[in-house]
Design a protein around this ligand. Structure first.
Ligand code: AP5
Length: 216
């Protein structure tokens, strides 16, 4: 099963992709995580992407399409994947259609996560992740079971993203509205789009997504 999770910054795409990965063995393909790994490694891609990401703007389509084309061709994606953060523009959506057609794969569902804009900034500003395994947390909505210790790997180191602040959030939201929201009618017209209530609790959102997937 191949899925796209679509929604604004902070909608919960990464949170739900991690749950689906654990539960169903689908591979989470987070373009944001891939770019942050490229920045950390100092690769050419990372050097090009860093300033753009820090400002909250979108990295050029050609770079993003190349990244996903290589990734979905890897053997671990043969059993299904969850795209988290891609596509974000019409050009990326069209390139994805083409790469799926070329490799004989299909897109089963696009899940839109609807969240009020006011809630998004609170989610983004309170977010932090485990520095070792990348598990996501939130100061108010998802604290580790033992304070200061990652539930999954036991690490005591956590990191925050440079772009997770109220100012950069305005640019990220503007990019979402102008360039990514138009993908909703694109996928609705093809009959693959389903909506879930991203304002619900994490468990409830997961239940709603499972309900959508049960119907595929
Ligand atoms: P990316 O990393 O994809 O960021 P994003 O889309 O802004 O999304 P986020 O990761 O911020 O949010 P999320 O929806 O995953 O929410 P999460 O689950 O963490 O992209 C970063 C940058 O990279 C972009 O700005 C761009 O520059 C570049 N980029 C990436 N892909 C690109 C592409 N395809 N093309 C061009 N450029 C690209 O949840 C947020 C917080 O809320 C967490 O703390 C979580 O615990 C909490 N939370 C989650 N669900 C709930 C809930 N139901 N209730 C309460 N709290 C919740």
């Amino acid at each position: 099963m191949n899925l796209i999770l679509l929604g604004p910054p902070g909608a919960g795409k990464g949170t739900q992709a991690q749950l689906l990965q654990r539960e169903r063995g689908l591979v989470q393909l987070s373009t944001g995580d891939m770019l942050r790994a490229a920045v950390a490694s100092g690769s050419e891609l990372g050097k090009k992407a860093k300033g753009i990401m820090d400002k909250g703007e979108l990295v050029p389509d050609a770079l993003m399409v190349g990244l996903i084309r290589d990734r979905i061709a890897q053997p671990d994606c043969a059993g299904g994947f969850i795209l988290d953060g891609f596509p974000r523009t019409e050009a990326q959506a069209k390139a994805l259609d083409q790469m799926l057609a070329e490799t004989g794969k299909k897109l089963d569902r696009v899940i839109e996560m609807e969240v009020d804009e006011k809630a998004l900034t609170e989610r983004i500003v309170g977010r932090y992740t485990c520095a070792v395994c990348g598990t996501g947390y939130h100061e108010k909505f998802k604290r580790p079971k033992v304070e200061g210790v990652c539930d999954v790997c036991g690490s005591k180191e956590f990191v925050r993203r440079k772009d997770d602040n109220a100012e950069t959030m305005k640019t990220r939201m503007a990019a979402y509205r102008a360039q990514t929201e138009p993908l909703l009618p694109y996928y609705s017209g093809r009959g693959v789009l389903r909506k879930v209530d991203g304002m619900a609790s994490m468990d409830e959102v997961h239940r709603q997504i499972s309900g959508v997937l049960a119907g595929t």
